[in-house]
Design a binder for this molecule. Structure first.
Ligand SMILES: [Zn+2]
Length: 107
């Protein structure tokens, strides 16, 4: 079972207490964006086998959204952090690189 620690209330929540919000750190485009940029925002999602950054909501707890880095193949959780960040924290990136030497990093 997937267990994620909510960065707000500190609870180690089981998967059944959480609601997935899909991919984290999507780049949103403004009114001057091209059709291709808007299409990529609306429909293009990463689906890696390995490290993935995702949005989760602690729906049966504090109710807040947060972000998590986990491996989609092994369910290993590398860390969670507040949803108000525009990129993963550098210390989390370093922790992932230490565990996954071949990982290309966050793009
Ligand atoms: Zn919480």
């Amino acid at each position: 079972m997937l267990i994620l620690e909510c960065p707000y209330c500190g609870v180690k929540a089981e998967e059944t207490e959480l609601s997935p919000g899909y991919e984290a750190h999507l780049k949103r485009y403004g009114p001057g964006a091209s059709d291709d940029e808007f299409e990529s925002y609306m429909f293009a999602r990463k689906n890696p086998k390995g490290v993935h950054f995702e949005r989760w909501r602690h729906v049966y707890g504090c109710g807040k959204w947060f972000l998590a880095a986990r491996c989609t193949a092994t369910l290993e959780v590398f860390g969670t952090y507040p949803a108000q960040t525009s990129a993963p924290p550098p210390d989390l990136i370093e922790a992932i690189k230490a565990k996954r030497p071949g990982w290309e990093g966050y793009k």
